[in-house]
Every structure is written in C-alpha cells, then in structure tokens.
Design a protein around this ligand. Structure first.
Ligand SMILES: NCc1[nH]cc(CCC(=O)O)c1CC(=O)O
Length: 307
C-alpha cells in the first residue's frame, strides 16, 4: 500500500511530513511525499490577517486531496481552520508536544527585561500587551529560519514561538524562558500534527493511518478545542486561546478565552465535561455570555477598518 502525503515546503512542514511518514512506514505502508506551495507561503509581504485568515495555508492542499493526487495532507493542527468543508475530515492527531510558547533569543534576556520581540500572531501581541506591557513589539513574518535570521540581523531582540516548532527545528539552545500555559495560554491545537483526508479516502488506507498516527487522548482534547474555535467562529486573526486537558476517567477540562487587541481586556473561562464537541460549544457560550461577545465584536470592527 502506498500513501501519498501532501505538505507545504517549509522546514517545519517537512519535519511534520517525515514524522508522519515514519509512523506510516512502521505500520507497513510505503510513502510518497509531495510538496505543495500555498498562498500563505507565496505572499510574504502582508500580514496574515490582511490576506484573509481562512485556508491560506490549506487551500492548495485540499484541492489535491479532492482530486486524489494526494491521500493525506499533513498540517500543524494549529494552522488548520476550525471548520472544514464536508468533503474533508481530520483522521488523526499525533500525540501533543509541550504546548507552551517560549521566548527565543540569541541574547541573555527574560520576560522581565526590556526588549523588542518580533511576532505576527495577534494572540501573542495581545497577550504581550496584557501581561508584559514593557516589551516592545514589531511585526515579523516568515518561517522559523527566516525569523531567526532577521532576529540575529538585528530586526528584533527576541521571538515568541511555539515550543513545538522551536524544538522540532533544533533551536532548543535559544530558548530563554518557557511561558506558563495558565497565563499565556496557547492557540487551539498548538503542538499536535493533524492528518487530513478526503471523506472518500480508501477505507483500508484510512484505518492504517489512524492506527499508525492517532493519539486518542490528544484527539479528544483537540476536538474540544476545535469545537470551541468553530463555535466562536474565530480564525487565526482573532486573539482567542484554548487548551484542553484530560483527567484519568476521560473527564476533560477546557481553558479558553479571548483578549482585546490592545490587551486591556481579557476574559477566561474553564469548563469540565466528558463530551469534547459539547465541551467546546459550552465553553464558547460561557465565554460569549461573560463579555466575550463584546470583545469579539470590537475586534472584528478593528480588523475590518484596518483592511
Ligand atoms: N503559525 C505558525 C506555526 N504553526 C505551527 C507552529 C509550531 C508548531 C505547532 O504548534 O504545532 C508554528 C510556529 C509558531 O507558532 O511558533
């Protein structure tokens, strides 16, 4: 059996594709990897919130899933929009890596120091303003290697990045501080790799892929987080966060919230339930009822007028 993986061409994307390839090979499959360039890879001179949040890194991959040119598309779970077209499904979430954001620098500094950080994530910008208002922020895009190059060239002193990507790309030695998830709560899906397929994928292939790649506890947590994000209807340009944990008896706890763009308002809720989809919906409703609705509306207006 040969399984064709479609992936973006960045080093992080390729790491993920090789990671899935290895798991599939261990399960006895043969694997081909096909690199696909997406809009998000091609447009580097505009911030992501201006290109439009939906599918900038996934559209071209989904075209090839639909046509059957590839069997699966491999993504960072975080980058995958919360609501997929009916023709597609996520059939596996790999075991989650540490979820924290980390401070990365070639200089000796920590979150109490005064410095300039480069980031293009609206969540990180808003949370920095909320919790670390003394830190200066500049917009910075590009893949991990590009950003580290820009940092070392002096465009900024530090970067705020997901531990998962930094670790996978071998920049562990530049981690200066790990931010606490209770406060600097990560984006929905951070740290896990998602395998997407067409709903028409061959059943035997589908079974093998799930068996080889899916981590059930990660899966239920990510289903809860993604259900939350879908209910909020927030793409990656809205500073929402969500992190789900499980207890022994499969009880789930979802911590989630929203931050205003200026960091002045932050609302955080936490809910316990055993059904992931419902947990996401309940948490989103609670957040909206407790003031999230107003913040979301304000953010939408600000983003629209910035375009
Ligand atoms: N948006 C880019 C992106 N997508 C996934 C990761 C890191 C790996 C992961 O969280 O799975 C990153 C880089 C970052 O946010 O620092």
């Amino acid at each position: 059996m040969t399984i064709t993986i479609g992936t973006r061409g960045s080093k992080l994307a390729l790491w993920q594709a090789y990671y899935i390839e290895e798991k599939l090979k261990e399960a006895g499959a043969q694997v081909e990897i096909k690199i696909i360039h997406t809009k998000g890879d091609k447009i580097l001179d505009r911030s992501l919130s201006k290109i439009g949040s939906k599918g900038v890194f996934t559209e071209e991959l989904e075209d090839q899933l639909r046509s059957g040119e590839i069997d699966i598309a491999v993504h960072s779970a975080k980058d995958l929009q919360s609501s997929l077209d009916e023709d597609f499904e996520i059939i596996a979430f790999t075991e989650r890596e540490e979820v924290n954001d980390v401070l990365v620098s070639h200089k000796e500094l920590n979150m109490e120091s005064s410095f300039t950080v480069g980031t293009s994530s609206t969540r990180r910008v808003a949370m920095l303003k909320a919790f670390y208002p003394h830190i200066n922020i500049v917009d910075m895009r590009g893949n991990l290697q590009t950003r580290i190059g820009k940092m070392e060239a002096g465009d900024c002193d530090a970067l705020l990045l997901a531990y998962a990507g930094v670790h996978r790309m071998g920049y562990h030695d530049k981690i200066k501080e790990k931010l606490p998830v209770k406060r600097f709560t990560p984006a929905v899906g951070q740290g896990s790799v998602a395998v997407e397929s067409s709903v028409n994928l061959d059943k035997e292939k589908r079974e093998l892929i799930i068996h080889a790649c899916n981590h059930p506890l990660t899966e239920i947590c990510l289903r809860a987080e993604r259900s939350f994000l879908k209910e909020i209807n927030g793409g990656c340009s809205i500073p929402v966060f969500g992190y789900c944990n499980w207890f022994d008896d499969y009880l789930l706890e979802l911590n989630a919230g929203i931050v205003s763009l200026d960091g002045k308002k932050i609302i955080r809720v936490s809910t316990l339930l055993d059904d992931p989809e419902q947990l996401g919906i309940d948490t989103a409703k609670k957040l909206m009822d407790q003031g999230g609705k107003e913040i979301l509306k304000e953010i939408r207006n600000q983003l629209n007028s910035a375009l």
